[in-house]
Design a protein around this ligand. Structure first.
Ligand SMILES: Cc1cc2nc3c(=O)[nH]c(=O)nc-3n(C[C@H](O)[C@H](O)[C@H](O)COP(=O)(O)OP(=O)(O)OC[C@H]3O[C@@H](n4cnc5c(N)ncnc54)[C@H](O)[C@@H]3O)c2cc1C
Length: 376
């Protein structure tokens, strides 16, 4: 994997692939195809298959404070380690040599989990660190973006070692991956030179917390979540993520998200408060993990009605409802589209209505034709 000039991670072919390798890539890569079939007892057109929907937080106050939302994801990881259900966790944290960038990290202690807590809104590639672990005796919990987990599930179908070494697969809602340039722009907006940054956080330390940077001289600066994500990072999200059918962790055992509070008009508010995570168990294994983590006191959580998610996550709702239109826009521009099956595309488009679908199609076609080279 190499970093491009515009700050994304892309695979680079270093030698010719044979037919079997090309077939394996086509079977595993979630960028090419994805299906939303689920063994879960309930299915929602927007939020997919699920067992439980809950709102909750880590009962460890330090973890809750350090984490992105309520720390429920980190609390689950710590509980899995402490109860020896896994030996280690493979997730993503800041690169100490390049603090705006991300690296895959292995956690084995509470200190590691706290260090890796909170979201890293930039390119990450935890899957690139899977193959080297497949012959190790350790068992891992895997944390990745929804596409990472979908890829891992696909991989498990052709390599049984995946489920032995990575029996637990966790994810979070994902609005898309911004380029590294996004993080640089956030730092510049703080009035700091990206080259001088010694430590950088996208959020956490409160909910939603701030993006914060410390330079080599010890000076610090910060930016609110609304400014960093809303004004800067969201503008750097790559096109592929905007036509993603799964920003909601459909393939995960449990998926975590922000359980944003909403105002009188039903819109999310980002006033600082104690963190709350949204939790959805998607497999029966995930459901039993979640109920045990709650019963053993690692997470405090209460059941939440599925209808509460839409006002918390308007961006995810919009993308799901406009997806068919966006894909039609790519077809109009003569570009290929991923193969999506059982992902409620038509049903969601009907809810969006004809006008929104046509608008999404024309907008996408126009952007694809204008920036064809980066929209392939
Ligand atoms: C790119 C991106 C987009 C997101 N979009 C949304 C969204 O649209 N809606 C929403 O509700 N939530 C979104 N989130 C998730 C959200 O920010 C929180 O992670 C989620 O609410 C869980 O919070 P928590 O406190 O339970 O997790 P924490 O306890 O803070 O744990 C976070 C875990 O995620 C891992 N992690 C962080 N960044 C990455 C990464 N880039 N790749 C792989 N692993 C990572 C960490 O190592 C840690 O284990 C996004 C996160 C990312 C990284």
């Amino acid at each position: 994997m190499t970093r491009t000039d515009d700050g994304f991670l892309r695979p680079k072919t270093t030698r010719k692939l044979d037919r079997d390798q090309r077939r394996a890539i086509a079977e595993v890569c979630p960028g090419q195809r994805q299906h939303g079939l689920s063994e879960a007892p309930f299915t929602h057109r927007l939020w997919g298959g699920y067992h439980d929907v809950m709102t909750g937080w880590s009962t460890d106050p330090e973890l809750r404070f350090e984490a992105a939302s309520g720390g429920a994801l980190s609390a689950t990881l710590l509980w899995l380690l402490e109860t020896r259900q896994v030996d280690a966790v493979l997730s993503v944290g800041a690169d100490t040599r390049d603090p705006l960038a991300n690296v895959a990290r292995v956690s084995r202690t509470r200190g590691d989990i706290i260090d890796q807590a909170a979201s890293r809104y930039g390119p990450s590639m935890p899957l690139a660190h899977v193959a080297q672990r497949l012959d190790e005796p350790d068992r891992y919990a895997f944390v990745g973006k929804p596409c990472d987990v979908a890829g891992l599930r696909n991989w498990a179908k052709i390599d049984p070692r995946i489920d032995q070494v990575f029996p637990i697969k966790l994810s979070f809602f994902c609005a898309g991956v911004p380029s590294l340039q996004g993080a640089r722009d956030v730092v510049q907006r703080m009035g700091m030179n990206p080259r001088d940054v010694a430590r950088f956080r996208f959020r956490g330390r409160g909910w939603p917390g701030h993006a914060s940077a410390v330079d080599r001289g010890g000076a610090s600066a910060q930016l609110s979540y609304q400014e960093s994500w809303g004004d800067v990072l969201s503008k750097h999200v790559q096109h592929r993520c905007r036509i993603c059918a799964d920003g909601i962790g459909l393939a995960a055992d449990i998926v975590f998200a922000d359980a944003w509070a909403t105002d009188a008009a039903g819109r999310p508010t980002f006033a600082e408060r104690d963190g709350q995570s949204l939790l959805m168990s998607r497999t029966s294994f995930g459901a039993s993990l979640l109920s045990n983590a709650i019963a053993e006191g690692a997470i405090a959580a209460r059941p939440t009605d599925i209808s509460a998610i839409a006002p918390m996550q308007p961006g995810q709702k919009r993308r799901r409802e406009e997806l068919l239109g966006r894909l039609a826009g790519r077809v109009l521009a003569g570009l290929p589209v991923p193969r999506y099956r059982h992902l409620s595309l038509w049903r969601n488009a009907r809810h969006a209505g004809g006008w929104r679908t046509v608008k999404a199609a024309l907008g996408t076609a126009r952007r694809c034709l204008r920036w064809r080279s980066s929209y392939q």
